[in-house]
Design a binder for this molecule. Structure first.
Ligand SMILES: Nc1nc2c(ncn2[C@@H]2O[C@H](COP(=O)(O)OP(=O)(O)OP(=O)(O)O)[C@@H](O)[C@H]2O)c(=O)[nH]1
Ligand SMILES: [Mg+2]
Length: 403
Protein backbone atom coordinates (compact mmCIF):
# COMPACT_ATOMS: atom_id res chain seq x y z
CA UNK A 1 0.00 0.00 0.00
CA UNK A 2 1.27 3.47 -0.85
CA UNK A 3 2.09 5.48 2.26
CA UNK A 4 2.69 9.21 2.47
CA UNK A 5 6.15 10.49 1.65
CA UNK A 6 8.69 10.77 4.42
CA UNK A 7 7.32 7.74 6.26
CA UNK A 8 10.80 6.30 6.87
CA UNK A 9 12.04 9.54 8.42
CA UNK A 10 12.04 10.10 12.17
CA UNK A 11 9.37 12.69 12.81
CA UNK A 12 8.32 14.81 15.76
CA UNK A 13 4.89 16.30 16.27
CA UNK A 14 3.13 18.22 19.05
CA UNK A 15 -0.12 16.35 19.64
CA UNK A 16 -1.72 18.71 22.15
CA UNK A 17 -3.13 22.19 21.40
CA UNK A 18 -0.89 25.17 22.12
CA UNK A 19 -1.16 26.49 25.66
CA UNK A 20 -4.42 24.66 26.41
CA UNK A 21 -3.35 21.96 28.84
CA UNK A 22 -1.15 21.64 31.90
CA UNK A 23 0.75 18.86 30.14
CA UNK A 24 1.77 18.73 26.49
CA UNK A 25 2.49 15.60 24.48
CA UNK A 26 5.31 15.61 21.94
CA UNK A 27 5.47 12.41 19.89
CA UNK A 28 8.50 11.02 18.08
CA UNK A 29 8.21 8.21 15.54
CA UNK A 30 10.62 6.58 13.18
CA UNK A 31 13.70 4.38 12.90
CA UNK A 32 15.86 6.74 15.01
CA UNK A 33 13.21 7.60 17.62
CA UNK A 34 14.88 5.71 20.49
CA UNK A 35 18.40 6.92 19.66
CA UNK A 36 17.32 10.54 19.30
CA UNK A 37 15.29 10.67 22.53
CA UNK A 38 18.07 8.79 24.37
CA UNK A 39 20.45 11.58 23.45
CA UNK A 40 18.12 14.22 24.99
CA UNK A 41 16.60 12.42 27.98
CA UNK A 42 18.26 11.26 31.19
CA UNK A 43 16.02 8.77 33.03
CA UNK A 44 16.06 8.99 36.82
CA UNK A 45 16.38 5.19 36.99
CA UNK A 46 19.59 5.44 34.95
CA UNK A 47 18.41 3.17 32.11
CA UNK A 48 18.36 4.04 28.45
CA UNK A 49 15.03 4.00 26.60
CA UNK A 50 15.58 0.64 24.89
CA UNK A 51 15.91 -0.85 28.39
CA UNK A 52 12.59 0.61 29.55
CA UNK A 53 9.42 -1.51 29.19
CA UNK A 54 6.82 -0.46 26.63
CA UNK A 55 3.91 1.73 27.78
CA UNK A 56 5.50 2.62 31.13
CA UNK A 57 6.14 6.26 32.00
CA UNK A 58 9.72 7.05 32.92
CA UNK A 59 10.60 10.12 34.94
CA UNK A 60 13.74 12.08 34.15
CA UNK A 61 15.36 15.29 32.90
CA UNK A 62 15.56 16.88 29.50
CA UNK A 63 18.96 17.86 28.09
CA UNK A 64 21.03 17.53 31.28
CA UNK A 65 20.74 16.32 34.85
CA UNK A 66 19.52 19.76 35.97
CA UNK A 67 17.28 20.18 32.89
CA UNK A 68 13.47 20.33 32.87
CA UNK A 69 11.62 17.51 34.75
CA UNK A 70 9.38 15.47 32.49
CA UNK A 71 8.21 11.96 31.71
CA UNK A 72 8.76 9.85 28.63
CA UNK A 73 6.85 6.79 27.48
CA UNK A 74 7.91 4.30 24.81
CA UNK A 75 4.55 3.44 23.19
CA UNK A 76 5.90 1.13 20.48
CA UNK A 77 9.37 0.06 19.36
CA UNK A 78 9.59 3.17 17.19
CA UNK A 79 7.15 5.55 18.91
CA UNK A 80 8.04 7.65 21.94
CA UNK A 81 5.95 10.25 23.71
CA UNK A 82 7.51 13.07 25.71
CA UNK A 83 5.08 14.52 28.27
CA UNK A 84 6.29 17.94 29.34
CA UNK A 85 4.93 21.12 30.93
CA UNK A 86 2.09 22.48 28.75
CA UNK A 87 3.57 25.99 28.47
CA UNK A 88 4.65 27.16 25.02
CA UNK A 89 8.32 27.57 25.90
CA UNK A 90 8.73 24.07 27.37
CA UNK A 91 7.18 22.50 24.28
CA UNK A 92 9.34 24.63 22.03
CA UNK A 93 12.50 23.63 23.92
CA UNK A 94 11.68 19.91 23.60
CA UNK A 95 10.82 20.14 19.90
CA UNK A 96 13.82 22.35 19.03
CA UNK A 97 16.19 19.89 20.64
CA UNK A 98 14.63 16.96 18.76
CA UNK A 99 14.82 18.87 15.49
CA UNK A 100 18.48 19.70 16.21
CA UNK A 101 19.05 15.96 16.64
CA UNK A 102 17.71 15.34 13.13
CA UNK A 103 13.94 14.86 13.62
CA UNK A 104 11.65 16.19 10.99
CA UNK A 105 8.78 18.27 12.47
CA UNK A 106 5.33 17.58 11.10
CA UNK A 107 1.95 19.10 11.88
CA UNK A 108 -0.36 17.03 14.11
CA UNK A 109 -2.85 16.59 11.28
CA UNK A 110 -0.16 15.00 9.14
CA UNK A 111 0.81 12.80 12.10
CA UNK A 112 -2.80 11.63 12.48
CA UNK A 113 -3.14 11.01 8.74
CA UNK A 114 -0.04 8.82 8.79
CA UNK A 115 -1.43 6.72 11.66
CA UNK A 116 -4.63 5.84 9.78
CA UNK A 117 -5.00 3.64 6.72
CA UNK A 118 -8.24 5.29 5.62
CA UNK A 119 -8.39 9.03 4.88
CA UNK A 120 -12.04 9.14 6.02
CA UNK A 121 -11.05 7.84 9.44
CA UNK A 122 -8.08 10.24 9.66
CA UNK A 123 -10.32 13.15 8.71
CA UNK A 124 -12.80 12.14 11.43
CA UNK A 125 -10.04 12.02 14.02
CA UNK A 126 -8.86 15.49 12.97
CA UNK A 127 -12.39 16.91 12.88
CA UNK A 128 -13.15 15.60 16.37
CA UNK A 129 -10.56 18.04 17.73
CA UNK A 130 -12.71 20.88 16.35
CA UNK A 131 -16.06 19.62 17.70
CA UNK A 132 -17.61 22.02 20.19
CA UNK A 133 -20.49 19.88 21.47
CA UNK A 134 -20.99 16.30 22.57
CA UNK A 135 -23.63 15.81 19.89
CA UNK A 136 -21.30 16.78 17.04
CA UNK A 137 -18.36 14.89 18.59
CA UNK A 138 -20.48 11.71 18.75
CA UNK A 139 -21.40 11.97 15.05
CA UNK A 140 -17.71 12.37 14.21
CA UNK A 141 -16.85 9.48 16.51
CA UNK A 142 -19.23 7.30 14.46
CA UNK A 143 -17.26 8.30 11.34
CA UNK A 144 -13.99 7.59 13.15
CA UNK A 145 -15.37 4.14 13.93
CA UNK A 146 -15.99 3.62 10.21
CA UNK A 147 -19.63 4.60 9.47
CA UNK A 148 -18.78 6.65 6.37
CA UNK A 149 -16.05 4.24 5.29
CA UNK A 150 -18.42 1.25 5.44
CA UNK A 151 -21.16 3.05 3.53
CA UNK A 152 -18.69 4.23 0.85
CA UNK A 153 -17.30 0.70 0.48
CA UNK A 154 -20.81 -0.72 0.14
CA UNK A 155 -21.70 1.87 -2.51
CA UNK A 156 -18.46 0.99 -4.34
CA UNK A 157 -19.33 -2.72 -4.17
CA UNK A 158 -22.90 -2.04 -5.38
CA UNK A 159 -21.55 -0.27 -8.47
CA UNK A 160 -19.15 -3.10 -9.17
CA UNK A 161 -21.96 -5.66 -9.03
CA UNK A 162 -24.18 -3.62 -11.37
CA UNK A 163 -26.56 -2.26 -8.73
CA UNK A 164 -25.91 1.33 -9.75
CA UNK A 165 -29.44 2.65 -9.10
CA UNK A 166 -29.16 1.46 -5.48
CA UNK A 167 -25.70 3.10 -5.33
CA UNK A 168 -27.11 6.37 -6.70
CA UNK A 169 -29.85 6.44 -4.05
CA UNK A 170 -27.30 5.81 -1.31
CA UNK A 171 -24.99 8.56 -2.59
CA UNK A 172 -27.93 11.01 -2.66
CA UNK A 173 -28.75 10.06 0.92
CA UNK A 174 -25.17 10.87 1.93
CA UNK A 175 -25.22 14.15 0.02
CA UNK A 176 -28.41 15.19 1.85
CA UNK A 177 -26.41 14.97 5.09
CA UNK A 178 -23.56 17.18 3.83
CA UNK A 179 -24.98 20.50 5.19
CA UNK A 180 -25.22 18.94 8.65
CA UNK A 181 -21.79 17.31 8.29
CA UNK A 182 -20.03 20.50 7.24
CA UNK A 183 -21.41 22.22 10.34
CA UNK A 184 -20.12 19.67 12.83
CA UNK A 185 -16.98 21.76 13.29
CA UNK A 186 -18.01 25.07 11.71
CA UNK A 187 -20.99 26.86 13.27
CA UNK A 188 -24.11 27.62 11.25
CA UNK A 189 -24.29 31.33 10.43
CA UNK A 190 -27.63 32.72 11.62
CA UNK A 191 -28.30 36.42 11.16
CA UNK A 192 -30.93 38.35 13.12
CA UNK A 193 -32.23 41.16 10.95
CA UNK A 194 -35.16 43.54 10.68
CA UNK A 195 -36.12 47.19 10.91
CA UNK A 196 -34.69 49.41 13.68
CA UNK A 197 -35.93 49.07 17.27
CA UNK A 198 -37.93 45.84 16.77
CA UNK A 199 -35.89 44.05 19.47
CA UNK A 200 -33.15 42.25 17.50
CA UNK A 201 -30.45 42.87 20.10
CA UNK A 202 -32.82 41.95 22.91
CA UNK A 203 -33.61 38.74 21.06
CA UNK A 204 -29.97 37.69 20.62
CA UNK A 205 -29.44 38.29 24.35
CA UNK A 206 -32.51 36.18 25.15
CA UNK A 207 -31.29 33.37 22.86
CA UNK A 208 -27.80 33.15 24.35
CA UNK A 209 -28.96 33.85 27.90
CA UNK A 210 -26.65 36.75 28.66
CA UNK A 211 -26.17 40.37 27.62
CA UNK A 212 -24.12 40.18 24.45
CA UNK A 213 -25.61 43.06 22.49
CA UNK A 214 -26.53 46.59 23.56
CA UNK A 215 -30.25 47.23 23.91
CA UNK A 216 -31.66 50.76 23.88
CA UNK A 217 -35.04 52.33 23.33
CA UNK A 218 -33.81 54.48 20.44
CA UNK A 219 -33.74 53.18 16.85
CA UNK A 220 -30.30 52.82 15.29
CA UNK A 221 -28.57 51.53 18.43
CA UNK A 222 -26.72 48.63 16.82
CA UNK A 223 -24.16 49.82 14.26
CA UNK A 224 -21.75 46.91 13.90
CA UNK A 225 -22.44 43.25 13.36
CA UNK A 226 -22.20 41.65 16.82
CA UNK A 227 -21.65 37.90 16.70
CA UNK A 228 -21.67 35.25 19.36
CA UNK A 229 -21.18 31.52 19.06
CA UNK A 230 -23.43 29.20 21.00
CA UNK A 231 -24.74 25.64 20.88
CA UNK A 232 -28.47 25.05 20.28
CA UNK A 233 -29.69 21.51 20.95
CA UNK A 234 -26.15 20.28 20.35
CA UNK A 235 -25.58 22.16 17.06
CA UNK A 236 -22.97 24.95 16.91
CA UNK A 237 -24.52 28.24 15.81
CA UNK A 238 -23.03 31.68 15.32
CA UNK A 239 -25.73 34.28 15.92
CA UNK A 240 -25.15 37.74 14.44
CA UNK A 241 -27.04 40.81 15.51
CA UNK A 242 -27.20 43.50 12.82
CA UNK A 243 -28.06 47.15 12.44
CA UNK A 244 -31.76 47.94 11.88
CA UNK A 245 -32.44 48.03 8.14
CA UNK A 246 -33.97 51.19 6.66
CA UNK A 247 -32.93 54.10 4.46
CA UNK A 248 -30.78 56.62 6.27
CA UNK A 249 -28.55 59.60 5.56
CA UNK A 250 -26.44 58.97 8.66
CA UNK A 251 -23.07 57.80 7.29
CA UNK A 252 -22.17 55.67 10.28
CA UNK A 253 -25.55 53.96 10.36
CA UNK A 254 -25.43 53.42 6.60
CA UNK A 255 -22.08 51.65 7.00
CA UNK A 256 -23.64 49.35 9.62
CA UNK A 257 -26.57 48.62 7.29
CA UNK A 258 -24.14 47.75 4.49
CA UNK A 259 -22.38 45.32 6.86
CA UNK A 260 -25.73 43.77 7.71
CA UNK A 261 -26.48 43.31 4.01
CA UNK A 262 -23.22 41.50 3.32
CA UNK A 263 -23.69 39.38 6.44
CA UNK A 264 -27.07 38.27 5.09
CA UNK A 265 -25.56 37.24 1.75
CA UNK A 266 -23.16 34.87 3.54
CA UNK A 267 -25.67 33.57 6.10
CA UNK A 268 -27.10 30.05 6.29
CA UNK A 269 -30.30 31.42 7.78
CA UNK A 270 -32.08 34.69 8.65
CA UNK A 271 -34.31 35.35 11.63
CA UNK A 272 -36.37 38.27 10.42
CA UNK A 273 -37.81 40.26 13.32
CA UNK A 274 -40.96 42.40 13.14
CA UNK A 275 -42.60 44.42 15.90
CA UNK A 276 -45.82 42.59 16.83
CA UNK A 277 -47.32 45.80 18.26
CA UNK A 278 -47.33 47.44 14.82
CA UNK A 279 -48.65 44.48 12.81
CA UNK A 280 -52.20 44.17 11.55
CA UNK A 281 -52.91 40.47 12.07
CA UNK A 282 -56.16 40.57 10.07
CA UNK A 283 -54.37 41.27 6.80
CA UNK A 284 -51.01 39.67 7.58
CA UNK A 285 -49.37 38.18 4.50
CA UNK A 286 -47.49 34.85 4.71
CA UNK A 287 -43.92 34.61 5.96
CA UNK A 288 -42.60 34.22 2.42
CA UNK A 289 -44.61 37.23 1.25
CA UNK A 290 -43.37 39.42 4.10
CA UNK A 291 -39.76 38.41 3.57
CA UNK A 292 -39.83 38.81 -0.19
CA UNK A 293 -41.48 42.22 0.27
CA UNK A 294 -38.77 43.31 2.73
CA UNK A 295 -36.04 41.96 0.45
CA UNK A 296 -37.34 44.11 -2.42
CA UNK A 297 -37.95 47.23 -0.28
CA UNK A 298 -34.50 47.08 1.28
CA UNK A 299 -32.54 45.51 -1.63
CA UNK A 300 -31.55 42.44 0.35
CA UNK A 301 -30.38 39.02 -0.70
CA UNK A 302 -31.79 36.65 1.90
CA UNK A 303 -30.69 33.07 2.53
CA UNK A 304 -33.18 30.31 1.74
CA UNK A 305 -33.58 29.25 5.38
CA UNK A 306 -35.83 31.88 6.93
CA UNK A 307 -37.81 32.44 10.10
CA UNK A 308 -40.20 35.27 10.79
CA UNK A 309 -40.45 36.36 14.41
CA UNK A 310 -43.06 38.76 15.77
CA UNK A 311 -41.35 40.27 18.79
CA UNK A 312 -42.85 42.47 21.53
CA UNK A 313 -45.85 40.15 21.64
CA UNK A 314 -46.57 41.54 25.11
CA UNK A 315 -47.47 44.82 23.41
CA UNK A 316 -49.57 43.26 20.65
CA UNK A 317 -52.84 44.10 22.39
CA UNK A 318 -54.36 40.73 21.48
CA UNK A 319 -53.17 37.15 21.09
CA UNK A 320 -50.88 36.48 18.16
CA UNK A 321 -52.30 33.66 15.97
CA UNK A 322 -50.64 30.41 17.19
CA UNK A 323 -49.20 29.49 13.78
CA UNK A 324 -46.97 32.57 13.98
CA UNK A 325 -43.74 32.64 15.93
CA UNK A 326 -44.32 35.29 18.58
CA UNK A 327 -41.74 36.29 21.17
CA UNK A 328 -41.41 38.70 24.01
CA UNK A 329 -37.92 39.29 25.32
CA UNK A 330 -39.58 40.98 28.28
CA UNK A 331 -41.62 37.95 29.44
CA UNK A 332 -39.60 35.18 27.74
CA UNK A 333 -42.64 34.08 25.77
CA UNK A 334 -41.79 32.14 22.62
CA UNK A 335 -38.01 31.97 23.16
CA UNK A 336 -38.00 28.14 23.57
CA UNK A 337 -40.21 27.78 20.50
CA UNK A 338 -37.84 30.02 18.56
CA UNK A 339 -34.85 27.86 19.59
CA UNK A 340 -36.71 24.72 18.40
CA UNK A 341 -37.67 26.43 15.13
CA UNK A 342 -34.02 27.39 14.49
CA UNK A 343 -32.91 23.78 14.98
CA UNK A 344 -35.70 22.46 12.76
CA UNK A 345 -34.64 24.76 9.93
CA UNK A 346 -30.93 24.01 10.25
CA UNK A 347 -31.05 20.25 10.82
CA UNK A 348 -34.52 19.03 9.82
CA UNK A 349 -33.43 15.38 9.91
CA UNK A 350 -30.66 14.78 12.42
CA UNK A 351 -28.59 11.72 11.50
CA UNK A 352 -29.48 8.60 13.49
CA UNK A 353 -26.76 7.20 15.79
CA UNK A 354 -24.22 5.29 13.72
CA UNK A 355 -25.31 6.89 10.40
CA UNK A 356 -22.72 7.72 7.77
CA UNK A 357 -22.25 11.51 7.49
CA UNK A 358 -19.83 13.23 5.10
CA UNK A 359 -18.25 16.16 6.92
CA UNK A 360 -15.58 17.78 4.70
CA UNK A 361 -15.78 19.65 1.39
CA UNK A 362 -13.31 17.09 -0.03
CA UNK A 363 -15.70 14.24 0.77
CA UNK A 364 -18.70 16.20 -0.54
CA UNK A 365 -16.82 16.95 -3.79
CA UNK A 366 -15.98 13.31 -4.49
CA UNK A 367 -19.50 12.19 -3.60
CA UNK A 368 -20.97 14.79 -5.97
CA UNK A 369 -18.64 13.58 -8.72
CA UNK A 370 -19.79 10.00 -8.08
CA UNK A 371 -23.45 11.12 -8.13
CA UNK A 372 -22.98 12.91 -11.46
CA UNK A 373 -21.32 9.84 -13.00
CA UNK A 374 -24.23 7.66 -11.82
CA UNK A 375 -26.76 10.19 -13.18
CA UNK A 376 -25.05 10.13 -16.56
CA UNK A 377 -25.35 6.34 -16.55
CA UNK A 378 -21.60 6.00 -16.31
CA UNK A 379 -21.39 4.01 -13.10
CA UNK A 380 -17.79 2.90 -13.78
CA UNK A 381 -16.73 6.57 -13.65
CA UNK A 382 -18.22 6.80 -10.17
CA UNK A 383 -15.62 4.33 -8.88
CA UNK A 384 -12.66 6.73 -9.21
CA UNK A 385 -14.01 9.43 -6.83
CA UNK A 386 -15.10 6.72 -4.38
CA UNK A 387 -11.56 5.30 -4.49
CA UNK A 388 -10.24 8.76 -3.67
CA UNK A 389 -12.32 8.67 -0.51
CA UNK A 390 -11.18 5.23 0.57
CA UNK A 391 -7.49 4.88 -0.26
CA UNK A 392 -4.58 6.68 1.36
CA UNK A 393 -2.35 6.23 -1.69
CA UNK A 394 -4.61 8.60 -3.58
CA UNK A 395 -5.04 10.96 -0.69
CA UNK A 396 -2.65 13.86 -0.74
CA UNK A 397 -4.43 16.88 0.77
CA UNK A 398 -2.99 16.47 4.25
CA UNK A 399 0.25 14.85 3.18
CA UNK A 400 1.88 18.23 3.49
CA UNK A 401 5.47 19.34 3.74
CA UNK A 402 7.22 19.88 7.07
CA UNK A 403 5.94 22.85 9.09
N1 LIG B 1 -42.21 45.50 25.51
C1 LIG B 1 -41.16 44.95 24.90
N2 LIG B 1 -40.08 45.71 24.64
C2 LIG B 1 -39.02 45.13 24.00
C3 LIG B 1 -39.02 43.76 23.62
N3 LIG B 1 -37.86 43.49 22.98
C4 LIG B 1 -37.15 44.64 22.99
N4 LIG B 1 -37.86 45.64 23.60
C5 LIG B 1 -37.44 47.03 23.78
O1 LIG B 1 -37.36 47.64 22.51
C6 LIG B 1 -36.29 48.60 22.48
C7 LIG B 1 -35.35 48.28 21.33
O2 LIG B 1 -34.73 47.04 21.59
P1 LIG B 1 -33.39 46.58 20.85
O3 LIG B 1 -33.17 45.18 21.21
O4 LIG B 1 -32.30 47.56 21.11
O5 LIG B 1 -33.88 46.71 19.34
P2 LIG B 1 -33.02 46.56 18.01
O6 LIG B 1 -33.92 45.97 16.99
O7 LIG B 1 -31.77 45.86 18.28
O8 LIG B 1 -32.76 48.08 17.67
P3 LIG B 1 -31.62 48.69 16.68
O9 LIG B 1 -30.30 48.13 17.07
O10 LIG B 1 -31.72 50.15 16.95
O11 LIG B 1 -32.02 48.34 15.30
C8 LIG B 1 -35.63 48.52 23.84
O12 LIG B 1 -36.16 49.55 24.65
C9 LIG B 1 -36.05 47.17 24.38
O13 LIG B 1 -36.08 47.11 25.80
C10 LIG B 1 -40.19 43.00 23.92
O14 LIG B 1 -40.29 41.79 23.62
N5 LIG B 1 -41.22 43.63 24.56
MG1 LIG C 1 -29.82 46.44 18.07
Amino acid sequence: MTRPVGDNQTCVSVLTPTGRGAVAVVAVKGPDAVTVVNSCFLAKNGRTLDQQPLNRIVYGHWGSIDGEDLVVCRRKEDVIEVHCHGGTQSVLAVVDRLVDMGCHEIEWKVWVTRQQHCPLVAEAQIAMAGATSIRTALILLDQFHGALRRETKEIHAAIQTGESSDAAIRIERLLARVPCGLHLTEPWQVVIAGRPNVGKSSLINALVGYRRAIVFDQPGTTRDVVSTTTVIDGWPVQLSDTAGLHSTTDTLEAAGIEQARSQLVRADMVIWVEDASTIDFQSLPTRTEILSQRAVELSLVLPSRQLLVLNKSDLAGHDVPPKLLATSTLTGQGIDQLLSAIVKQLVPEPPAPGAAVPFTTRQAGFLRAAATACEQGDAADALAPLNELLHPGLYSELDTKPI
